[in-house]
Design a protein around this ligand. Structure first.
Ligand code: HAM
Length: 462
């Protein structure tokens, strides 16, 4: 066993899974950019106050899960447990034009009990749009999340949605909820018997049997929304209806972060264990700017955990394609300039290319080439150098054959490679030819380019 292991609750992502994560980020970026969201990169740590004031000092994230530390200058800092407070801090700091529409892909850190789909370092992609309270923006944000999931191929999704009201209507609701909980406190779960006063809304989110029983008869926020919040929510729901987007109204969807006002939503993937089936969630945070000392500015966004999205994809048999090896593997029997040159040239021409290092036998380099998953081996040895040749060898069939007429066709068929006047007779690319091992003259410039051109054609067709 290695002396050191990755810390509990973290994971090294090796290929091909790391590449699946990269694919998810790339597809997310495409979606975000289609709707004019731009990348925001913010620090992985912030002043502690950004999260305490932003996320809320009564939330579990702050009370139990934050990675806090004091740096050598005595500053109180914390690793980012989520992205929204940092985005708002950046917005307030730089005062960009609004709406400020950003996307991000970044790790978040929470000291949670590790289990499948729950990590101490997880990776979120997210969108935030700051400066607009129009419910059409809520619609845009929600559909960008659900569209992205559909694009990846995920099915069996449930979009839950709720409104948590605002400063006008929520205080009265909280009062009514508090007095109800006070009357029923002895029936709550152990944790909430002690904590219901700190954050009464959290009881609505509790999955323990005792709390489930109590919350069934608890007052519901939807019956307490003021007329503005009602109109805002109704407009959003009717937009979702207009576009045939299924959702479930969930009176208990309060979410674990305290900054939410009005719209909250979450997407559950029903093919995952229910404890970790939230693959994305978000909502409005119209008071967050004020809590961070800025002027009243509305905002809405969501984040989605890539580890969970990946688990969801795996649970539904969604594949990301086989891991691709390089197109060409350069076998260097001379340990010299020729192999270095051809490797650079291939990469310059956009052909992915691996090479061997160290002086190894042809046999061992061929084995390495096979293992790399390359389609084509390009061999450069004494004989090749002497005759000004490179040898190409399809690794799939290992055929070895010389046919110099083929070479003549290549050199005679090309007049100006960069000018596009590259007419080859159709039989040149016949299946029979492609299955062969070919040899090309390698001279200073033109023949090498021809060889590259041909390699590209062959790789495209294989
Ligand atoms: P959140 O629901 O706490 O919201 O996290 C967003 C997503 O991150 C979750 O839906 C889940 O997929 C993933 N996630 C959370 N914790 C873990 C964990 N320990 N391990 C693996 N995945 C995890 C937020 O963070 C808000 N900032 C979302 C938001 C953006 N609201 C408005 N804008």
């Amino acid at each position: 066993m290695a002396l050191f292991q990755s810390p509990n609750g973290t994971k090294d992502w090796l290929a091909p899974e790391s590449e699946h994560l990269a694919y998810l980020v790339e597809s997310f970026r495409n979606q975000a950019e289609l709707a004019n969201y731009h990348l925001l990169l913010s620090p992985m740590f912030e002043e502690l106050g950004v999260f305490v004031r932003g996320v809320g000092d009564a939330s579990e994230i702050i009370t139990k899960e934050m990675y806090e530390f004091t740096d050598k200058g005595g500053r109180n800092l914390a690793l980012r447990p989520e992205g929204t407070a940092s985005v708002m801090r950046a917005f307030l700091q730089h005062n960009p034009p609004s709406p400020f529409k950003v996307w991000y892909a970044a790790p978040s850190f929470r000291y949670e009990r590790p289990q499948a789909g729950r990590y101490r370092q997880h990776h979120q992609v997210g969108l935030e749009a700051i400066g607009v309270d129009d419910p059409n923006l809520d619609f845009e944000i929600i559909t960008l999340l659900t569209n992205w999931f559909h694009l990846i191929g995920l099915r069996q999704l449930s979009l839950k949605i709720n409104s948590l009201g605002d400063d006008i209507c929520r205080p009265a609701y909280l009062q009514s909820l508090t007095s109800y909980l006070e009357k029923n406190q002895s029936d709550l779960c152990r944790e909430h018997q002690e904590r219901w006063q700190v954050n009464p809304l959290r009881v609505l989110d509790c999955k323990k049997l005792e709390c489930v029983g109590v919350k069934e008869n608890a007052p519901k926020i939807k019956d307490h929304l003021c007329s503005d919040c009602n109109t805002h929510f109704a407009t959003l729901l009717s937009a979702l209806d207009d576009h045939g987007i299924d959702y479930v109204l969930d009176d208990y969807l309060v979410r674990g972060l305290d900054y939410y006002t009005r719209t909250t939503f979450e997407v559950a993937c029903l093919s995952l264990e229910s404890a970790q089936n939230a693959i994305g969630g978000g909502g409005r945070y119209d008071n967050l700017a004020k809590s961070l000392g800025g002027k009243d500015t509305p905002g809405i966004g969501f984040a989605s955990g890539l580890e969970r999205v990946l688990l969801a994809c795996q649970s539904q048999g969604i594949s990301f394609g086989e891991q691709q090896g390089p197109s060409v593997f350069v076998i260097d029997l001379l340990n010299g300039k020729e192999a270095r040159d051809i490797t650079l040239v291939l990469r310059d021409f956009g052909i992915s290319c691996e090479r061997s290092f160290g002086s190894r036998s042809l046999k061992s380099q061929l084995r390495q080439a096979d293992k790399s998953g390359a389609k084509l081996a390009l061999i450069i040895g004494e004989q090749e150098k002497e005759n000004d040749l490179v040898q190409l060898k399809w690794l799939s069939d290992h055929k070895k054959e010389r046919f110099s007429e083929f070479l003549t066709t290549v050199t005679d068929g090309v007049y100006d490679i960069s000018g596009g006047n590259t007419s080859f007779p159709p039989e040149f690319f016949s299946t029979e030819n492609k299955a062969r091992i070919v040899q090309y003259h390698l001279s200073d410039t033109l023949p090498a380019k021809i060889a590259i051109w041909v390699i590209k054609e062959f790789l495209n067709d294989k």
